[in-house]
Design a protein around this ligand. Sequence first.
Ligand code: TPP
Ligand code: MG
Length: 678
Amino acid sequence: MAFPNLPAILATRDLRRTELDSNPDTALLRIFAWMQLSRHADNRILDLFRQGLIRGTVTGGQGNEGLIVPLALLADKAIDVVSFTHRDLGGHLIWSGHLVDHLNQYFANAASPTLAREGNIHHGDPANRSFPMISHLGAMLSVVAGGTDSQRRQGKPAVGFAFFGDGSSSTGDVHETMNLAALLSLPVIFVIENNGYAYSTPTCEQFAAGTRLYQRAAGYGIESFALDCTTDIAHVARSLAEAIEKVRATSRPLLIEAQTLRLRGHAAYDTGDYLLPGESDGFHARDPLPKLRARLVASAGAARIEAIEAELNAFLEACVKIAHATPRPTPAGLEAGVFAAPGAPRPWQPEPAAPAPLNVAQALNLGLKKILTERPESLILGQDIGTYGGAFKVTEHLLKEFGRPRVFNTPLAESACTGYAIGLALNGHRPIEEFQFADFATEATTQITLNAATMHFRSGAACPLVLRLPCGGGLTFGSFHSQELESTFLSMPGLKGLYPSTPQDAFNALLAAYEDNNPVLLFEHKALYRRGRAPVGWDPDYRAVWQPRQVRTGDFATLVTYGEMVHFAEEAAEYFAGEYERTFDLFDLRALAPLRLDAIHASVARTGRLIVLHEGRRTHGFGAELVARLTEQNFAKLKAAPLRIASLDLPVPFAPELEHAFRPTKEKIVDAIAAWMG
Ligand SMILES: Cc1ncc(C[n+]2csc(CCOP(=O)(O)OP(=O)(O)O)c2C)c(N)n1
Ligand SMILES: [Mg+2]
């Protein structure tokens, strides 16, 4: 069905600063029309929700149009970067798409921008640098920062627009991102939509009385100002135009605290009974839309304004009718939508093996060097990875060779840095982020598991990201520097995981992870970094790391493991071959997600016995999934109950004696298998 033509007054989605001076009435009329459409659409969406035709929830932007409409008109939609919030329907309407596209999102129709996989206003247009919000407020600021930096790195004078509410201003991500943007000198305009409330919580319960939110910018070394968006829209537009021009020219971040309104409460279900008597009337009295209308009636005449309103209403109704008649989604392709297609292999240069054998840390360093040399879209970031070369020296010498823009230290802000990497990844870059220890990745849990991991499913955009996670214990590092977090992270859909155990596999895994179009967690066991050396070089079959490697063959049982435990398992298998004449099919899993178990199924079917070994904790551990899958398929062939060897269900204890008791060792593995055999 053809979408209705836009009314002539909406033909232009841009506003130039010069127009505000040379032709203010035309400029204001355009702003008015988009504000009016946004207001009516929000109100109509609320009606449809109340009729049960729209599900989920409806968080209207009524009262926010005085900010978002002039700003979206002024932005350069061809290069700028944005992530709209749940108050910004007007911004979405202007940035891209047709009103029907946006209504399809609310209706959760098959043709919705999120394919109906996400609801409400959680959509965007990543191809046009409008990044879809996740519910977790504050989380999108860093993504905008990354996308904006990506544009600048590609030579485009982009500005980023990152919105958040007075309530969201309390989240850690907001602070982390403003600090990061100031440090990296990113041209991002942070806009606080201060409407006085976060759901039912007034600002006096959000931050200490007497402070203004814009004043916080001084703490980050960035400029800021407050802007009343409820009174004089011409002034708002001029101020925003100047601010955008300045940020575009200086490439410095800026914070604007915009005074806005929340005319219809938090959401459709909000009873508003927490408001003071008369407070709601006061909001409506400050509504900028009737004021702007009165001004335009005075200059253009009532008939002209009424005609525009009638045309906008007819357009809205025609669009609602189409969206209402648009087909509903079906579950077809739902599971296939989790991951972006892997893409063709990169044209890596074949090269001779390194002249001397390398350990895992050196193999990773060689892989990073190869990527930085051959792939211009690559860059690496993390704490202390620059001059220092990383806590484990995996990035040694790379800063010197490739320079700061591509190899750089980050502040201690894992969440914002990961969001920033997501923004880079969404715009054509391929960042590799080193976490100093895997344990600190929990600081970025939302960004990793909810933002990056779900990106393709809900927006269709690829998010190619490598997150390097130095993990594992046995080194007396205690509870917070020793954990195995694969089952924590990989229980969330949308993440891939590789866990190499040899220098060549580490090199191959890095290349394979790099060229994948999805977020890949690269688990690097710290004890393996310097465990031993082996020849490392270009391997045309590097993508085989997505499959298990058969390390030994045998017939008594199938032993499945990964990481450092591969080496312990080899020693244990050697022992059983020598002492008991019992041999094992030993598999190094290598890829933890997606799991490719065909060869292991075949082995279990043949041996009839299964041992799963890993260093992570037993309960909810990765082995539970492995045993379940391998048993489900081979139950009739099993001669014994599967054996699961894992760490104790404890925080990783510190002292060597205690850590020894905590995690599998060669001796404990031998004992467990011997007892099981007996
Ligand atoms: C991190 C986080 N915590 C809680 C929520 C639940 N929640 C949704 S909207 C909202 C209020 C947000 O207030 P504010 O940032 O001022 O934005 P406003 O809704 O007023 O525009 C809350 C608490 C959330 N979405 N994200
Ligand atoms: Mg608010």
